[in-house]
Design a binder for this molecule. Structure first.
Ligand code: SF4
Length: 508
């Protein structure tokens, strides 16, 4: 499906909305006169396609037209045709990049696509990853959650159900985040980028452990060097450490003595007295042993994750996880035995070959285990990923049922006494839905909220991690570490230098 634009404006927004309405289509937003990309065969194929959508930006208006088998549909984006809330300020040209025009274009295009398809989307015209932020800002400004929900519904065409969910979560987030030290605090993320095998859908920094086993001690040396440098960062002096999150990859691919060394390093270099939440993603059941769990527990970790993704063994094999659902149950029982009272489990909706009945099966087995939180992800298909190739070769039929799967997961969470507490969206999510974290009261994962809502600086260490500094006025600066482990190890001084530049003394 091609959208043709006459100016290089809002191509991302146009692409995202078309993709949201037509998730199975390959969507391209092409600028008039732009040379076709890809190999010759692809370029010829693309050139033969009639555009589906035309967008023309003129001095005083933007015109959008869909030409389809069902006829021609048109909208004109112009101040005098729109309600007050959507107008651009007087004198602002209609053909230049401005946030006001961006909002107007999204609003009008959503309306057009709604007419063309006869459908509405659960999140309306919102295409960003943090729909709860709108509600949270309103609640922080003193609005009631019901008013925030009504605003989302009326302004952005969000469905009533999603608007209520977003505002309920936003209110909970607002209360949880107020326990932290805000800009006087910070959090730490440490990435361990090794996994027993690589999952079909993986989009994280992850390297097969067997190829890196001999280098894991060197990796810990590098982390220690990063920590030594981090404690001297002027920005962190006098600040309170609120949360620590060890993710990856799979941190429990490290051996028990290596985990003990990692925890020793954290305690040596950082002030843990104020730390409210200390999480380790144990992640894969095939990496968990009682000995490792004991080390984690003794280090004062308050929350762990044991992630089945699905309890169907057939799917686990298909997605390359190489552990069984029985191993998940064993790991969970071991963790309870070791005294963990805050265990999260992650599941993914829309996995190849699965539908809502599989989600019900998975959540029922999880319910019998009784975790403290459940994080429900919707499969996101990244371009060029192994999963995308798999789909091209094998076809994919689960997309249609993701919404029913989401409902089944929400029901299971409610049966376990859990409440939704964080939510985010990704590009190319199946069913155009969201990822939602549920937890029993008192067991909410605060770091998960922090990373999404970007209300605190995060010092991130390890390959593929991204540090963020929150400045006054909500401005955020980032510095990333190389994803590739070898490059990370070889360019460690540069990773340290990037953080020194990022974490200058607070500029607020
Ligand atoms: S366990 Fe997570 S990080 Fe590791 S390969 Fe699977 S999806 Fe990627």
């Amino acid at each position: 499906m091609i959208a043709l634009v006459n100016k290089d404006l809002f191509r991302y927004e146009i692409h995202a909305l078309l993709k949201a309405f037509f998730p199975r289509e390959e969507v391209k937003v092409r600028l008039e006169g732009e040379p076709l990309k890809g190999n010759r065969a692809q370029a010829l194929q693309e050139a033969a396609l009639d555009p589906f959508l035309y967008v023309r930006y003129e001095e005083n208006e933007a015109v959008m037209e869909v030409r389809s088998d069902a006829g021609s549909f048109k909208r004109v984006c112009r101040n005098d045709l729109l309600p007050e809330a959507w107008r651009v300020p007087e004198g602002l040209p209609m053909n230049e990049k401005s946030p006001e025009l961006r909002s107007m274009v999204k609003h009008v295009l959503y309306d057009l696509l709604k007419e063309v398809t006869g459908r509405e989307l659960p999140w309306g015209e919102l295409i960003g990853i943090r729909p709860t932020k709108i509600a949270r800002d309103l609640i922080a400004a003193g609005e009631a959650p019901s008013a925030a929900a009504a605003y989302m519904e009326e302004t952005y065409s969000v469905s009533g159900e999603k608007a209520v969910l977003a505002s309920e979560i936003a209110e909970r987030e607002h209360r949880l985040l107020s326990q932290l030290h805000g800009r006087d605090g910070y959090s730490i993320y440490i990435g361990i980028p090794f996994c027993p095998t690589t999952c079909l859908y993986c989009s994280f920094p992850s390297f097969a452990l067997h190829a890196w086993k001999e280098e894991t001690d060197r990796y810990l040396d590098a982390l220690e060097a990063e920590m030594q440098a981090a404690v001297r960062l002027p920005y962190l002096q006098g600040k309170y450490l609120d949360t620590v999150y060890i993710g990856g990859g799979t941190p429990t691919t490290l051996e028990a003595p290596q985990l003990a060394r990692l925890f020793g390093m954290i305690r040596k270099y950082f002030p843990m007295e104020t730390c409210l939440e200390f999480t380790v993603e144990a992640g894969r059941a095939d990496s968990i042993t009682a000995e490792k769990l004991r080390v984690i527990r003794e280090a004062g970790v308050t929350r762990i994750s044991i992630n089945p993704q699905t309890m169907r063994d057939e799917t686990l094999r298909l997605i390359g996880r190489r552990h069984t659902s029985a191993q998940v149950e064993e790991a969970f029982a071991m963790a309870r035995e070791e005294g963990f009272d805050n265990i999260n489990m992650d599941i993914i909706l829309g996995l190849p070959g699965e539908d809502s009945s599989d989600v019900r099966y998975t959540t029922e087995r999880i319910r019998q285990l009784g975790p403290d939180s459940l994080t429900v992800h919707t499969l996101a298909i990244k371009r060029g990923s192994r999963l995308q190739k798999w789909i091209e070769e094998n076809g994919y039929e689960s997309l249609k049922d993701t919404e029913a799967g989401m409902e089944a997961a929400a029901q299971a969470a409610a049966q376990m006494g859990m409440l939704p507490y964080y939510l985010y969206r990704q590009k190319n999510m199946t069913g155009n839905l969201e990822n939602t974290g549920y937890a029993v009261p008192g067991k909410f994962g605060i770091y998960n909220i922090l990373i999404m809502e970007e209300v605190q600086s995060i010092l991130a260490l390890g390959a593929g991690s991204i540090s963020k500094v929150l400045h006054g006025g909500g401005r955020i600066e980032r510095a990333d570490n190389c994803k590739d482990v070898r490059t990370y190890l070889e360019t460690l001084p540069e990773m340290i230098r990037r953080k020194e530049v990022l974490f200058r003394a607070d500029e607020a």
